[in-house]
Write a protein that binds this ligand. Structure first.
Ligand code: AMP
Length: 200
């Protein structure tokens, strides 16, 4: 039997998608691919890519579709992503959905499920403010937070309509304990028969 677990987790900043994405990816034995993490790691390491995206991410704006798409395609071309992966933070707008579709279709693949993590706006903002105190992320300033939430609503939320039409979206309540939320996501994936893919 061939099985795959090609997943995407979507949610506003502060929804906990990074934490939940990492947990789910680990449970399924697939790599978590977070574009935000790639950018942050490069900024911290002072690479050319980091220098290129530093000001953009600090202001809460989006990095170009070309650059972000290339990073994702390179990562998904690695052997450990052959039967599954969990994307976190990409795609983030309709153009990126089209780019990802083209890449996956070329390989005879498609996304198996999209987890929409729902969290009320006030809760996201409260969590981001807390994270700003704890982690000191450069894009967790009030201004950048407002910008990122506005971009989420205008550019990212619409991608869910595209995936909803394909019948692959599971909306999960993102309020609760970490374990409760992980269990909800796991239940939604199990209902779709998505389990740890066999290694090739
Ligand atoms: P995140 O950790 O997902 O909130 O991403 C942090 C920042 O990285 C974002 O505010 C953007 O500046 C940049 N970024 C992450 N993913 C993308 C993407 N798919 N397209 C463009 N920019 C991105």
């Amino acid at each position: 039997m061939t099985s795959s677990a090609r997943l995407l987790i979507v949610g506003p900043q502060g929804s906990g998608k990074g934490t939940q994405g990492a947990r789910i990816a680990q449970a399924l034995g697939v790599p978590a691919v977070s574009t935000g993490d790639v950018f942050r790691a490069n900024i911290q390491a002072g690479t050319a890519l980091g220098e290129q995206v530093k000001a953009i991410t600090a202001a809460g704006n989006l990095v170009s579709d070309e650059l972000t798409g290339q990073i994702v395609r390179d990562r998904l071309s690695e052997a450990d992503a052959a039967t599954g992966f969990l994307l976190d933070g990409y795609p983030r707008n309709i153009q990126q959905v089209n780019d990802l579709d083209a890449f996956l279709t070329d390989r005879g693949e498609s996304l198996d499920a999209v987890i929409e993590l729902s969290v009320p706006r006030e809760e996201s903002i409260a969590r981001l403010a807390l994270r700003a105190q704890e982690q000191g992320r450069t894009d967790d300033t009030d201004e950048a937070i407002a910008k990122r939430l506005a971009i989420y609503e205008s550019e990212t939320a619409p991608i869910l309509d595209v995936y909803r039409e394909r019948g692959i979206v599971d909306q999960v309540d993102g309020v609760g304990t970490l374990d409760e939320i992980t269990e909800r996501i796991t239940a939604a994936l199990t209902a779709r028969d998505i389990t740890r893919p066999a290694t090739v």
